[in-house]
Write a protein that binds this ligand. Structure first.
Ligand code: MOS
Length: 747
């Protein structure tokens, strides 16, 4: 009967508003309960021993000394690992990773967990772990881009082909009037969310309750079910608050699995929280890349060929996550021919994984700098060069874009930044303090994926709404933006809608990743709300006492807690009145969202942007400051401008981090990261991120999904790195092709 009810596709007053984050006050006042804040009765503290070598075997532990400590309850080593079902050396699902759960004495990377100590206190467990005093048989670790010969990756990390080819790149290069052939390097970056990984695991027979920050709550149940041979329904994962995720909290990593196994073995709840230094190994990172880019252009500066070979460091035992840097070259510029190739070099490191804009971040850093170098050679303004190679349809596939307001991003960003006044040659500008000034730009690009999600929406007898889906709010504001979508779908003001989320007992909201969470979970909530309203409308339309009696075919509109007859607004009724006369039971709707494959066949879907950066460099000390950045982004419908701008700004700050700060530095003899703390692993502070400005460019996208939403979580990183690198050249005349760019590179 719902086909007789027409609900106009339109948005209420909640979407589009800059609502402040609903979890914000709880988070900043300490009222929010993070995973590690949980203390179930009888809980033990777990501390793992990180391997001090990167390759070899652990040969001995002073287990007796650790057990002799009065506060130590249990010690697990490869001699007596807590049981785990399934094969920890295999990955049970595409997004999972092999785990180290003491199944062997082999060490495959530094800081791999090689023993676990349980104590009555955190101090006892820490001291017990120290007393274990492991001894090793070390082998020479393979570290760095030249550790082994590069080999072609079997595929990309998400199953994408390792090689993408259209047109004839060699012919295109041969026919070019001018060309560049450049190699860039990007370092390993390690996940360092404010909240390190943590877990509190509690067993009750074959039921498992877990408190852990998680970006894919329902999916992760399946991983844990595999490792512990219980049905996923027996597992509850609670993840109400996360202190950042960025891709590392989407799948379970070794320390978390180990803590659950230990809890089962000793029959007591166990808490394990990673120390900051323990983040540098077992919980994924962005692989290093070496990227060769060849670009050829014709006499009109149109690209005849783009050849992008990216070699990425991977671990030795899984090797399935090469940082997919080549992604950045697909779908953006109208090159007549393209070839991209993913290569890998095996290193004795933990598994790489998804880290904010995996692929596009590293790839666009190289591509956007190469575009700048090509523009310089062609004697063209870098923006003009990009406009000459603007793709009207997706290169290679020839699909139309579902929407693409990149031209507007270029124009609005350039205008706000003042790009028109930029001298072509480098080293032309100084400020009043004698600082060298440079301006650079880069194009931003990220896909607009959708995953699969389900949601439930209930209209309660008092006229308020309840919406439920297992979404993750990592700090991006999902609880707020998703609640805005849900409130609109129910025709209610935001404060009349209760939003339940953050536990795996709710309908699956899919993964909070890939910049697809708002579109996916929001789509499901929207569908659920519409379904609830349709059911409510059926009740009213069938009730002779309702002013809406018989509205079936003309339809209703839901607004402010009332249904209105379409075209005759004098006929309306409040939700609670409809429900009361129908017997007083809540009205429940269900919805789901995913992208039909035929939609993806018809259109290429991306968010786009343009980033402009100003740097100032001390001519004597070569200290670099990013003094201004303008990012203009087109990402479909913006549900909450304040939150979207914060996400985009966060991405641009990450871009600054990538360009100037972040790098894991290895001691090649030991294979250990030397700067595994915030004293040595640099990220931007406030003084490093002055003058950020974000513009969101209007974009209506009727194809990307019913709500017209693309994502904003990752695109801000892309484009920003290149913009800064290019600005540094513009200030100094020096092309630094290795990130992060350091003072010594400019001397
Ligand atoms: Mo993101 S790297 O998809 O959390």
């Amino acid at each position: 009967m719902s086909d007789t009810i027409s609900l106009p596709m339109r948005f209420g007053s909640n979407s589009g508003q800059s609502v402040t984050r609903r979890d914000g006050i709880a988070k900043v006042t300490g009222a929010a309960t993070y995973a590690a804040d949980n203390h179930p009765d009888g809980m033990l503290y777990a501390v793992f021993v990180p391997a001090a070598i990167a390759r070899g075997r652990v040969t001995h532990f002073d287990t007796g000394a650790a057990l002799a400590h009065p506060g130590v309850v249990e010690v697990f080593t490869p001699q007596n690992p807590p049981p785990v079902a399934g094969n920890p050396d295999e990955k049970p699902f595409m997004f999972a990773v092999p785990v180290e759960v003491l199944q062997s004495d082999r060490i495959r990377y530094a800081r791999q967990p090689i023993a676990l100590v349980l104590g009555e206190t955190i101090e006892a467990a820490t001291e017990g772990a120290r007393l274990l005093n492991p001894r090793y048989e070390a082998e020479t670790p393979r570290i760095g881009m030249d550790a082994e010969p590069a080999t072609k990756a079997p595929s990309g990390p998400f199953g994408q082909p390792a090689e993408v080819i259209y047109g004839d790149v060699d012919a295109g290069m041969a026919a070019s009037q001018q060309s560049v052939d450049l190699t860039y390097e990007t370092p390993q970056q390690y996940h360092n969310a404010m909240e390190p990984h943590a877990i509190v695991a509690k067993w009750d027979g074959d039921r498992l309750e877990i408190d852990t920050p998680n970006q894919a709550i329902v999916l992760s149940r399946g991983f844990y079910a595999y490792y512990f041979d219980i049905p996923p329904e027996n597992i509850t994962i609670r993840s109400p608050y996360l202190g950042g995720g960025f891709g590392s909290k989407a799948v379970p990593y070794s320390p978390l699995v180990l803590a659950i196994a230990a809890a089962r073995k000793v029959g007591r709840p166990v808490k394990l929280a990673l120390r900051r230094d323990q983040m540098f190994g077992p919980v994924a990172h962005r692989g290093a890349t070496r990227q060769q880019l060849r670009i050829g252009i014709d006499a009109q500066a149109k690209m005849t060929a783009l050849d992008h070979i990216s070699t990425a460091t991977v671990d030795t035992f899984d090797s399935s996550f090469p940082e997919p840097a080549c992604n950045a070259s697909h779908g953006l510029y109208a090159a007549a021919a393209l070839r991209s190739t993913m290569m890998t070099v095996r290193n004795d490191i933990g598994v790489p994984g998804a880290m904010r804009a995996p692929g596009e971040a590293s790839g666009s850093a190289a591509l956007e700098c190469a575009m700048d170098e090509m523009a310089e050679k062609a004697g063209l303004d870098p923006l003009e060069f990009r406009l000459r190679n603007y793709a009207e349809r997706e290169p290679g596939t020839d699909k139309p874009y579902s929407s693409k307001a990149l031209r507007e991003c270029y124009a609005e960003g350039a205008k706000r930044f003042g790009w028109a006044g930029r001298p072509m040659r480098p080293g032309q500008m100084t400020d009043e303090n004698g600082m060298l000034v440079g301006w650079g730009m880069g194009t931003a690009l990220f896909g607009a994926p959708m995953f699969a999600a389900e949601a439930r929406a209930t209209l309660r007898p008092d006229g308020t709404g309840l919406v439920e889906t297992a979404a993750s709010d990592m700090g991006q504001g999902a609880w707020t933006a998703l609640a805005q979508i849900a409130a609109d779908s129910l025709g209610l003001p935001l404060d009349k809608v209760e939003f339940r989320s953050g536990t795996s007992d709710l309908p699956d909201a899919g993964i909070a990743g890939g910049s697809g969470h708002t579109a996916t979970a929001g789509g499901a909530l929207h569908a659920a709300g519409k379904d609830a309203i349709a059911r409510l409308a059926e009740l009213a339309a069938a009730d002779p006492d309702s002013p809406l009696y018989g509205t079936g075919n003309s339809g209703v509109t839901a607004r402010d807690g009332r249904l209105f007859a379409t075209g005759d607004e004098s006929r309306s009724e409040a939700y609670e009145d409809i429900i009361a006369r129908a017997g007083g039971s809540a009205v429940e709707g269900k919805g789901n969202a995913s992208r039909p494959p035929e939609d993806a066949e018809r259109h290429a879907m991306y968010a786009h942007g343009a980033v402009f950066a100003e740097v100032k460099i001390d001519p004597d000390l070569f200290q670099m400051r990013v003094t201004r950045m303008v990012g203009a982004f087109a990402a479909g419908r913006i549900i909450n401008p304040k939150l979207a701008e914060s996400q985009l700004m966060g991405g641009m700050i990450w871009g600054t981090s990538f360009a100037l700060h972040e790098e894991a530095r290895f001691d090649k003899r030991s294979g250990r990261i030397m700067n595994a703390d915030f004293a040595g692993y640099h990220i931007p502070v406030n003084a490093d991120v002055k003058g950020l400005e974000v513009i969101t460019v209007h974009e209506d996208d009727p194809y990307v999904n019913p709500l017209g939403i693309k994502g904003v979580g990752e695109i801000g990183v892309t484009g920003s790195v290149g913009a800064i690198g290019n600005a540094i050249w513009h200030a100094t005349g020096k092309r630094i092709r290795r990130f992060p760019i350091r003072i010594q590179d400019l001397l």
